[in-house]
Design a protein around this ligand. Sequence first.
Ligand code: FAD
Length: 476
Amino acid sequence: MPDAAPILLWFRRDLRLADHPALTAAVETGRPIIPVFINDEVVAGQGAAPRFRLGLSVGSLAQQLESKGSKLILRLGDALQVLRNLIAETGATSVYWSRAYDPITKDRDKALKAALKDDGITAQSFTGHLLFEPWTVETKTGGFYRVYTPMWRAVRNRDVPAPVPAPSKILAPTAWPASDNLGDWQLDKAMNRGAAVLGPHCTVGEAAANDRLGAFIEDRVASYADQRDFPAVNGTSGLSENLTCGEISPATCWHAGWSSFRRGADQAEIFLKELVWREFAYHLAFHTPHITTANWRPEWDAFPWNTDESTAEVTAWKQGRTGIPFVDAAMRQMYVTGVMHNRARMIVASYLTKNLMSRWQIGERWFADCLIDWDPASNAMGWQWVAGSGPDAAPYFRVFNPVTQLEKFDRDGRYQKQWITEGFGQPTETALSYFDAIPRSWGLSPDDRYPSPIVTPEEGRMRALDAYAAREKPAN
Ligand code: FAD
């Protein structure tokens, strides 16, 4: 007789139905499936914007499951305890999930898997969040890649299984266990009034993510390399918020990129390369988990970083009031839309870590609170790359000049105008919306005067280079 005990399918950062190996495997067993999402300490530990965005994604997945005759069961609490309760309530004998590779989730999953196995439950994790499992990509001498370019060369021509369509039906159990109400979780609570401003900037759910990929491939991938560096231009895919929630699989993006490339869109290769930067970040987080919290290169521990988050300079940076237009435009873009253009991320990170000499963790945490595409691996790697403390990083003495960068990448001043009100007779709506999003306690108004630079690029550069030179000198 076939095993009719249900499988608990635990959704986490894989909030989709297509190209979902754990779901495919569960469907293939022919057993009933109980999809679950758990609001546990890992979810609670996320910043305001990512948690809000995750809530939208969970709501969208719940609707999708209903259309397949299924249901998403929502539970709050410690993940192991919740799963044990559900096993007791439903008679489930297996728990399936998609693997995660950031240290916090990985540690939780490891302990949980062992405990479920001790209970006699089949606890099985699957691929799906990455193109290549971190233990399958090795240098010629063994070990993981610490430098991006050779890793890219090593994986470029690897086979990635073609994406699998969503199942047409998901077998329901004879009775559904009780579920929490998503609204009661108030995943948007920490957003305050920002949620109403940010919401319309989110592109939520699997169908929207696929449409977004389709439009990018159709209209923009062929000119991706030419357009991707200009923050006022819609030249990139915008898929990071979808990839981070798992609303689309990286393999779906990879195959779409490759088919464009094969049809003659040479610039699609740069898009494929960017997807491999995401892999690189996860492989590093897997093999060297300290990258998410501490200097990847310990020699940077002795550098005289500012570690105080409450200085006037750091506050001005967070509030987009440094007096450096590229930095301020970018910080406001992030506050309103939950995303920031990649070039702008490099500029604001460089300004904080080099010109203001503040440790990268301050910026990393602020991004983790404000980004809807927050990703534990890419964010940490991005910050350490700019700060100079990471693997394959930009050298510390290479300090981006935010003034010349703006002249180069925002020649017509569109980006600046999009996000800065002060000094513009008729500010744009997007720039004004910043003042609807920020807390009233910041006391800022569009009528304020635009500040003078808190630290000019020249001053900041000299300060940083002096500190760097002092660090290089041997101690007497
Ligand atoms: P596209 O240009 O269309 O690229 C396609 C996909 O490739 C992206 O969606 C993303 O998944 C991946 N990708 C592109 N660039 C990078 C990169 N440099 N590193 C890793 N993956 C990349 N990305 C995040 O997804 N979450 C973060 O929290 C994050 N924090 C960052 C912090 C700093 C300081 C820096 C410098 C970069 C950070 N990035 C982060 C990387 C990058 O800025 C974003 O992935 C990119 O801006 C997303 O836009 P897009 O989806 O249009 O990308």
